[in-house]
Design a protein around this ligand. Structure first.
Ligand code: HEM
Length: 440
């Protein structure tokens, strides 16, 4: 057969395949009543969107309760197998309710706020904040400096260096994130492409940022265990979260400072947050920031065990379902003017209004599998932001490239800002002001 004839047959074959797929999706698929598959756009297509064959995304409170609600919620999907560590299944990646309950019984006490708000747990966090503040003070000796706060906190010991190893990990992450859908849905194809690309190009470390990050974390943990006073142990999640907070919108910093001034200081000069509710204004700012920029915004996947109606939508057994955190956080009838940064919505809400906004606020998950580290993560974020605000005036440097656009989230799983930087202008507050309360 000639080359032209072969090409024609190939085109006919491919067209038939595509046409067959379209006819199946529109008329025969068990998901034909759900809009999609397409990029998850709830604002345009409504509360239920087919985001991939067999995968449905919701964005409303009722479905969220059905999917994740206590006592046990639906089982987690196979996606969580990606979080096995050395074949070990932690509480986070247990799939079924029974297995989850068993591990939970052994670990729950460790995560309770009463355990977290003890000085033994919080001291490493405070030490880390202090260390960072000292470094920032050194950098701003001339009065002010522009710093990439993301890297400042990430590198901890080495903020002098502009081109650090951590920055290469951040850069690699962007590529990893782009390819992750393929990894989770077609792992073999992902492996093949990774191998072919690294072999044929000079980029031997293509899609290895995740491995590098795991090594980096292990090295830090190892170093911390050997010499705890020398290294600031903190999770990368905290780093990213603190970077998200100054999102271009002015924080009501004077109100926060006023509030923080009323909290007694400890010997280390930092505020003594002794329980989660301390500093409600700062708390509301952080809550609103996580609404606009949730640190973990997707793939809390669950599996529908039997064919049935979920919030009125019939789904076949084994459908993968999830709530889109970004979409539910931006529901205009729940959060009026949803794109605006308004911490006061959390301070002013009472009764039914508070209940409704809380039911649509899921940065730490929802229901039976709610994040166990939430009190610890929130305490860390609070300490860090409070420490900085009490010693520095902070704003986005207008000459830097940092804008709300570059701070937008990279992907559904990756809280990294698109621009991979968060450049802030830090000016030291007059010493008298910063340490006034310490003296009193
Ligand atoms: C700001 C930082 C954090 C965010 C945004 C976050 C977010 C989340 C989310 C959304 C889930 C639910 C996943 C799902 O439903 O499938 C989760 C679960 C979990 N998180 Fe976090 N997390 C953070 C920090 C932490 C920290 C610091 C720890 C440990 C100290 C932790 C431990 C856990 C555990 C153990 C689970 C599993 C809970 C269960 O299945 O019972 N998290 N986290």
């Amino acid at each position: 057969m000639s080359l032209a004839a072969t090409s024609v047959w190939a085109i006919v074959f491919l067209s038939t395949l595509v046409l067959g797929r379209v006819i199946y999706a529109l008329h025969l698929s068990p998901y034909r009543h759900i809009p999609g598959p397409r990029v998850c756009k709830h604002r345009r297509y409504g509360d239920v969107v087919l985001i991939a064959p067999g995968e449905v995304s919701f964005s409303d409170a009722v479905s969220t309760r059905e999917i994740y609600g206590a006592p046990c919620g639906l089982p987690k999907s196979r996606y969580f197998n990606n979080f096995l560590a050395y074949c070990h299944r932690s509480v986070f990646c247990t799939l079924g309710a029974k297995e989850h309950q068993e591990i939970l019984k052994r670990t729950i006490a460790f995560y309770r706020p009463t355990s977290v708000f003890k000085s033994a747990m919080l001291q490493p966090v405070r030490d880390n904040v202090k260390k960072t503040l000292h470094q920032l003070a050194r950098r701003t000796e001339n009065g002010h400096a522009t710093l990439d706060i993301l890297i400042v906190y990430l590198c901890a010991q080495t903020i002098e260096h502009e081109s650090c190893f951590e920055r290469t990990i951040l850069a690699g992450w962007m590529t990893v994130e782009l390819w992750n859908n393929l990894l989770y849905n077609f792992p073999v194809a992902h492996k093949a492409i990774k191998a072919i690309f690294s072999y044929c190009s000079d980029k031997r470390d293509f899609l290895t940022a995740d491995d590098k990050l795991a090594d980096w974390n292990m090295r830090r943990v190892d170093a911390a265990l050997r010499k705890p006073e020398d290294i600031a142990v903190d999770s990368l999640l905290h780093v990213l979260s603190t970077a998200k907070t100054p999102d271009g919108e002015p924080l009501p910093k004077s109100r926060i400072r006023e509030e923080l001034s009323a909290i007694p200081l400890k010997e280390d000069g930092l505020s003594a947050f002794s329980f989660p509710q301390s500093a409600p204004i700062l708390g509301a700012c952080i809550t609103e920031s996580s609404r606009l920029h949730p640190l973990s915004s997707g793939r809390a996947e669950r599996v529908v065990p039997t064919t049935g109606a979920y919030n009125g939508i019939v789904l076949p057994a084994n459908t993968v379902v999830s709530t889109s955190t970004l979409a539910i956080h931006h529901r205009p009838e729940v959060f009026p003017d949803p794109e605006a940064y308004k911490p006061e919505r959390w301070l002013n809400a009472k009764g039914e209004v508070l209940r409704v906004i809380q039911s649509c606020y899921i940065p730490f998950g929802y229901g039976a599998r709610l994040c166990l580290g939430k009190p610890f993560a929130q305490a860390g974020i609070k300490h860090f932001i409070a420490g900085i605000l009490m010693q520095f005036e902070v704003c986005i440097d207008p000459r830097s490239g940092t804008t709300s656009r570059t701070m937008a989230q990279l992907g559904t799983q990756n809280a990294l800002p698109r621009g991979r930087r968060c450049e802030l202008l830090l000016k030291r507050l007059p010493v008298a002001c910063a340490f006034k309360q310490k003296a009193s």
